[in-house]
Write a protein that binds this ligand. Structure first.
Ligand code: GP9
Ligand code: MN
Length: 634
């Protein structure tokens, strides 16, 4: 049989086209990238090309055919791994990988059950271009002759590659002005620059932030401090010190969203105990309270709680900046005679907690080693919440009082699995197993809180404590919108998605007697100032971005970590301003004043973390420590 001879660079061309098309298909099938118009679709389509031309093109410099082919295979393998890594990550975090999370290797082992539930044999298709290139090398014979290209050809090739890159960047700039300067939305970057260019850009950004710390000298704090002082409010006089001297127990309600509270699923109550608290005379329940976490999930919520600073736009601050100086709530309580600890039945290195807790001056960490997990007492990620609460209260009986003890629950975590005997309600019946199971694990979490209250009463710790509880972040990502639409009975729009970021916030003060449901719009950034005022502690010299939720002056303006925001009148999401009441698009002008401010506030918080600026601040007298000439505004 006569073999057809293909043009000299056929295999290179096949490699580029195969990886390009595969990448586009993966964009469309494995990520939910919002496309609003034809231009955006076109940018998405061409965006893998420039980088692929650049890296595959290096093969033109190889002299031997063999080396050239090996190189093409290596590039296909590496780009496939990068792409597939993002797919696997996205299934779990609903986000693209950013460099700092790659250093969180200790976490990947623990992600076990979630990762296993997210990997399928069909995933081999993500390596299809590699197979095509291997087949092409095997079966295609190209014209022999001089294998290497001439320098003119290579120049022409790279001019073309550059042209494609600039064409792409030009379109991106037209579509998203300031994309590269305001890069806090990774989806936007991937959508406009492409997955491969995005990763290069990410490397650049991360190296820059490392350099920022080295270069910071404290003068940057002046502006951030001025902003904080300008927006500072006086905490509520009525609530000040209402829990002074009591033990403070803060419970993190894993993945619990507010839509579960006071609602039913197929006629079954999801959170009966928490529902009863919303009507309890000793409880204030905040029904318009939002999480503000980013990639750091639970750890970001802890960061917000302790510091009233925003978590980072990329990576988990628990990992990237665990060496920073912080002025945590734990540290302040400790200075007021409290013993402080966190209880969480997981390995201590998860989210780098052991290191970060030291930085935040938390005295003790009751990690997995401090718990006895008996037969049948573990499920999903580890110890079940009911035995966890029982043993946590046992630990409390031995703590020096007054104490500040934080409890991190775990059972209501993706993939939301439970043992049969713990299923107190039926599964839901949507096309999302995740959502179906979520109701059952939420129900179990609720039951565990009831047990916690009972245990505290039994051990005589209840009366002299204040119990604060908050949902850390969403449990149901936008990947389950279809199922959520079925449950809610209304389509999940960008507006609905933003509203679904509400998480419960409970302040339970035994003996208070004036409990009510509070509709103040607030967020996790407000927890520190709110709690500290209840504990009778002054935060007026602290650098914090939140305010006391009980204060009349509290501003109803919650900024999400991704730049969306909510006020008492509007919800800003997907670049659209919605009327908070109706969910209908409203006049853009209603949102306009807040857009810049949201950006500025996130930037100031980020600059404090990146520059490790609190190392230059003395919260005792509210002054910069290194630049004596600068007087800070009080
Ligand atoms: C892990 C637990 C869950 O220790 O806090 O973390 P998450 O995945 O929700 O951030
Ligand atoms: Mn969590």
């Amino acid at each position: 049989m006569l073999k057809k001879e293909w043009p000299k660079h056929s295999i290179l061309a096949i490699a580029i086209v195969a990886t390009w098309l595969k990448t586009y298909i993966v964009y469309k099938t494995s990520f939910s990238i919002t496309i609003d118009n034809v231009l955006q679709e076109f940018i998405l389509f061409i965006n893998p090309l420039s980088m692929l031309l650049f890296i595959y093109g290096i093969s033109l410099f190889f002299k031997s055919e063999k080396a050239k082919n090996r190189y093409l295979i290596a590039v296909a393998a590496i780009t496939s791994i990068v792409l597939y890594g993002n797919v696997a990550f996205y299934r779990f975090f609903n986000d693209f990988i950013t460099l700092p999370v790659l250093f969180q290797t200790e976490n990947f082992g623990d992600l076990g059950s979630s990762a296993a539930a997210s990997i399928f044999w069909t995933d081999l298709l993500y390596f299809a271009d590699l197979a095509i290139i291997l087949l092409a090398i095997k079966f295609i014979s190209t014209k022999t002759g001089i294998a290497a290209s001439t320098s003119v050809q290579r120049k022409a090739y790279y001019v073309l590659a550059l042209a494609v890159l600039f064409f792409n960047l030009g379109l991106a700039e037209a579509e998203r002005p300031q994309l590269l300067t305001r890069s806090f939305d990774r989806e936007m970057l991937v959508k406009n620059l492409g997955m491969y260019n995005y990763h290069l850009y990410d490397i650049y950004i991360q190296s820059k932030s490392q350099a920022q710390r080295a270069l910071a000298d404290g003068s940057e704090l002046v502006e951030a401090n001025n902003y904080v002082r300008a927006n500072q409010i006086d905490p509520s006089e009525d609530m000040k010190g209402i829990a002074e001297g009591r033990n403070l127990i803060v419970v993190t309600l894993e993945s619990l969203q507010s839509f579960t509270i006071n609602s039913e699923m197929n006629g079954q109550t999801i959170t009966p105990f928490l529902n009863s608290l919303t009507e309890d005379e000793d409880t204030i329940y905040f029904e318009n309270f939002y999480h503000q976490t980013g990639l750091g999930k639970t750890s970001d919520s802890e960061f917000l709680l302790e510091n009233s600073l925003y978590p980072l736009s990329g990576g988990a601050v628990f990992f990237t900046h665990s060496g920073n100086t912080f002025n945590s709530m734990a540290e302040s309580l400790s200075e007021n005679g409290y013993s402080t600890n966190v209880q969480h039945a997981n390995t201590k290195s998860f989210w780098n907690r052991d290191i970060m807790y030291e930085s935040m001056n938390i005295d003790k960490f009751y990690d997995i080693e401090s718990f006895e997990i008996g037969e049948g007492e573990a499920v999903n990620w580890g110890m079940k919440d009911i035995p966890f609460h029982e043993q946590s209260v046992e630990h409390m009986t031995e703590m020096q009082q007054p104490f500040y003890s934080r409890l991190l629950t775990l059972t209501n975590h993706h993939p939301f699995t439970l043992d049969e005997e713990d299923k107190l309600i039926d599964e839901y019946d949507s096309n999302s197993g995740t959502l179906n199971r979520y109701f059952q694990t939420s129900r179990y979490l609720d039951e565990s809180i009831k047990v916690l209250f009972e245990e505290l009463k039994e051990k005589g710790l209840y009366e002299n404590s204040i119990i604060v509880m908050y949902g850390d972040h969403y449990g149901i990502s936008e990947n389950h919108n279809e199922a959520m639409t079925q449950y809610l009975g209304e389509e999940v729009t960008d507006f609905t998605s933003a509203e679904l970021q509400k998480v419960p916030f409970f302040v339970h003060i035994p003996g208070y007697g004036e409990g009510y449901v509070d509709d103040e719009v607030g967020g996790q950034i407000d927890m520190r100032p709110t709690i500290m005022n209840l504990m009778g502690m002054d935060t007026s010299k602290d650098i914090q971005f939140g305010g006391d939720l009980f204060s009349e002056e509290h501003e109803e303006f919650v900024i999400f970590r991704d730049g969306r925001f909510v006020t008492d009148e509007v919800v800003y999401a997907g670049n659209v301003c919605y009327d908070k009441e109706t969910g209908e698009p409203a006049e853009q002008e209603l949102c306009a004043p807040y857009i810049e401010r949201a950006f500025t506030e996130l930037e100031y918080s980020e600059s404090i973390i990146n520059g490790d600026l609190l190392r230059f601040y003395d919260e005792e007298d509210g002054q910069l420590t290194t630049i004596p000439d600068v007087e800070l505004e009080q």
